[in-house]
Design a protein around this ligand. Structure first.
Ligand code: ADE
Length: 229
């Protein structure tokens, strides 16, 4: 089964972007996942192909019109039960757990927001799930969609070269990843921690877990159990 991503955007030329190279690009070439873009503006009805309008109640910026976005969504969603996401700084924060859940499915439809926002009625009527990639504001949802797809595609079956390389990484055990080292043995007078070259695998695992816990406590105490935010 191929994971299918469909992106609704006013800037289809932003895709596949960085997903055309490296791991994701090779997987795309091999047909392990697919990417289609839909130009939202193609569903505008007037001469000027207008997609936005001023916010009801006043205020700065423009709002994406619900009727046009609904038409675009309906066109791509015929006989389709993929989750429909709306990239937005108001969304639920993206987590590795959510990434794993999406990667286990058939694919995803992603709406990229622009302007000040999207009319709330189309979010409700088409059941769009708002997703944020972090507490900062981008000028549009496109880089957020590329980021989400990067995270999903790399864990699709058969995409990562070394299947084990994903198992120790950050968040897979709820912790940030332990520090890594490689040759040379001495770099600018700094040695690789002796335990890592001891050959004692149990001691290495213990050291890595301790380091991961220390790092997580220091940088992301919110990830540790029993640490209420
Ligand atoms: N669009 C603008 N900012 C965003 C964010 N932080 N996450 C997802 N989509 C966005």
């Amino acid at each position: 089964m191929t994971f299918r991503a469909t992106i609704l955007t006013l800037y289809p030329e932003m895709f596949p972007g960085h997903l055309a190279v490296s791991l994701a690009g090779k997987a795309l070439e091999r047909g392990q996942w697919s990417l289609d873009t839909v130009q939202i503006r193609d569903f505008a009805q007037d001469r000027h192909r207008t997609v936005d309008d001023t916010p009801a109640g006043g205020g700065a910026g423009m709002v994406l019109k619900p009727d046009i976005l609904a038409k675009a969504i309906d066109k791509v969603s015929e006989g389709d039960n993929r989750p429909r996401l709306l990239m937005s700084p108001r969304g639920k924060p993206l987590t590795q757990e959510k990434v794993r859940e999406l990667a286990a499915g058939d694919g995803v439809v992603i709406v990229c927001g622009r302007f000040e926002g999207v009319d709330q009625r189309v979010i409700d009527a088409r059941n769009l799930e708002e997703v944020s990639i972090g507490d900062y504001v981008l000028s549009g949802g496109e880089p957020a969609a590329l980021t989400l797809l990067d995270a999903v595609v790399r864990i699709l079956p058969g995409v990562m070269g070394n299947a084990l390389s994903g198992t120790h990484e950050s968040f897979e055990n709820g912790l940030l990843e332990h520090p890594q080292y490689t040759r040379p043995q001495v770099f600018e007078g700094l040695e690789i921690p002796a335990v890592l070259t001891s050959g004692n695998h149990a001691a290495i695992e213990k050291w890595r877990l301790e380091e991961a816990r220390k790092l997580t406590a220091e940088r992301r105490p919110d990830l540790l159990p029993n640490k209420a935010k």
